[in-house]
Design a protein around this ligand. Structure first.
Ligand code: 5AD
Ligand code: SF4
Length: 488
């Protein structure tokens, strides 16, 4: 929905009547209420109110933050990157313990800011809020927080924001699950030319180490019609690259009234005129179909990149992780993908230190890394998440053994990725320019179809354009290039 349409809808709402029960009309009603509160406060203070949204974690959270930003902006706040704002919200992650610790650490800093500006409101939302224990801890030790909500009711943000203007004290609203998907709420995109799009929410896989199914709930797919409509609107608004988001996109559509496969959805998305690049995240190897490989190979828009989390190369550990594939099945899948698309970049996630993992299991992981030659791999130390089956396993691995395995895996990943990505040196390839380089303002930064980063001389007018770039020098995980065709 564009801003003019939303303004029209809000104008027609009568705040003296009861709030509607149906969505999204109910949220529009509360959004209008927020506008009134914000503008009254602006008059009182004689200045604009500001809001800062801080995102922890994955692409799903980044997209949720764009939705939070959309509501805040429509409520009348000016968005800022500075935490010295009138409204601060942390959209949290809890996939590993260090994500939790970072939030607690930064909350102390927010408390200091709130002492200087007592009108400041502090809100917390996202995955960490869905974990049992978190709310008690915040109630006890972080009493300055004004508003807490979870992953299932984020669509109610306008309503919760209005409540925080009306009520004193901490507001807490956490749901255990939902089957609701609310469409047509405002979104404020971080980039004008690219956007994430949720295609499904939740996860049913229950990998034994993972907290996500507990904090994000069961799998729910959006209707293909709504997804296509959203992408068409984005393209009309200047978006050229989209990323379809879900914890396990390969099981998209299974629970729809009229089932549609993920590959089927991609075929439809491909038809949208003006859209140039399609990405998606994340694929579970056990669900990656031959149909998907065929659709990708035949496509001119789907990027030559697949993120295919391995987690471990040891079949024994994979079984304990409840991943439901073996080392051999993963390698066969990679072969099939590489035969269909020799130029595809493969990236992965690896966990080291899962309960019971021995140095021999790590050898198996290293063997897979060497065989596959990933273009990049995110390597994580296993983090015990309370409530998951793995947390109750007795054979937790000692810190020294984990560290030794982690260092070996990291070294192998870096060596193999360097060799693989270097192969593109000397080629001229298309780059979607994303931003000015933060370190050197004479350079711009963009990505190849295969997701590799490229920096090259250019100015801000290139941002959002797809241009040919000569990949001159490989610097380890990124290229320095030169625009081809004499323009740069
Ligand atoms: N410990 C370490 N890494 C984890 N991941 C998920 N849960 C855990 C955990 N408990 C990693 C997986 C997943 C990525 C998003 O985070 O590798 O693919
Ligand atoms: Fe977690 Fe496994 Fe679901 Fe990914 S597929 S979100 S690792 S449970």
């Amino acid at each position: 929905m564009n801003n003019e349409n939303l303004d029209k809808i809000l104008e027609s709402i009568d705040l003296s009547s009861q709030p509607p029960l149906e969505e999204p009309a109910r949220q529009y009603y509360f959004l209008k209420k927020c506008r009134v509160f914000v503008s009254e406060e602006e008059k009182r203070l004689g200045r604009k109110l500001t809001a800062c949204v801080t995102t922890f974690g994955c692409q799903m959270n980044a997209r949720d933050s764009e939705k939070l930003s959309g509501i805040l902006e429509q409520a009348g706040y000016q968005l800022t990157d500075s935490e010295e704002a009138d409204f601060d919200i942390y959209n949290t992650c809890t996939v590993r313990d260090n994500a939790d610790q970072r939030v607690y650490g930064r909350l102390g800093h927010l408390n200091g800011l709130k002492k200087k500006n007592p009108h400041m409101k502090i809100a917390l939302c996202g995955c960490m809020m869905q974990e049992p224990g978190t709310i008690e801890k915040i109630r006890k030790s972080y009493r300055f927080v004004d508003l807490i909500f979870g992953t299932h009711n984020i669509y109610k943000f306008a309503e919760l924001l209005a409540s925080s203007w009306e009520q004193q004290g901490m507001i807490v609203d956490i749901w255990q699950n939902t089957d609701k998907i609310v469409e047509d709420l405002p979104v404020e995109r971080k980039y004008s030319f690219k956007s994430g799009i949720n295609i499904m929410f939740g996860c049913n896989n229950f990998c034994s180490y993972c907290i996500v199914p507990y904090v994000r709930g069961r799998e729910r797919s959006r209707s293909p019609k709504d997804i296509i409509k959203e992408i068409e609107n984005l393209v009309a608004d200047g978006v050229v690259e989209i990323m379809l988001l879900g914890q396990n996109v390969n099981s998209f559509g299974k629970n729809l009234e009229e089932p549609m496969s993920f590959a089927g959805l991609l075929r439809e998305v491909e038809k949208i005129d003006g859209l140039q690049r399609i990405r998606f995240m994340t694929s579970h190897p056990k669900d990656l179909s031959d149909e998907l490989i065929e659709v990708m190979a035949a496509s001119s828009k789907i990027c030559r990149h697949l993120h295919l989390p391995l987690q471990s190369g040891s079949t024994r550990i994979l079984q304990a992780m409840n991943r439901r594939y073996t080392k051999e099945q993963y390698l066969e899948l990679v072969d099939k993908i590489r035969i269909a698309m020799p130029d595809i970049a493969l990236t992965t996630d690896i966990i080291v230190g899962f309960p019971g993992e021995t140095p021999e299991d790590v050898d198996e992981t290293i063997d897979v890394i060497k065989k596959v030659q990933f273009d990049n791999a995110f390597t994580f130390i296993y983090s015990k998440r309370t409530g998951t089956p793995a947390a109750a396993m007795e054979n937790q691995v000692s810190e020294e053994v984990v560290k030794e395995g982690f260092d070996r895996v990291l070294r192998t990943v870096q060596e193999t990725a360097r060799e693989r990505v270097r192969l593109l040196s000397g080629l001229t390839m298309e780059v979607l320019v994303e931003e000015r380089n933060d370190q050197d303002s004479t350079l711009v930064t963009g990505r190849l179809s295969n997701n590799t980063l490229v920096h090259f001389p250019g100015d801000a007018s290139l941002i959002g354009r797809i241009v040919p770039v000569y990949l001159k020098e490989y610097k380890g995980f990124y290229f320095l290039g030169e625009m081809a065709g004499g323009e740069g």
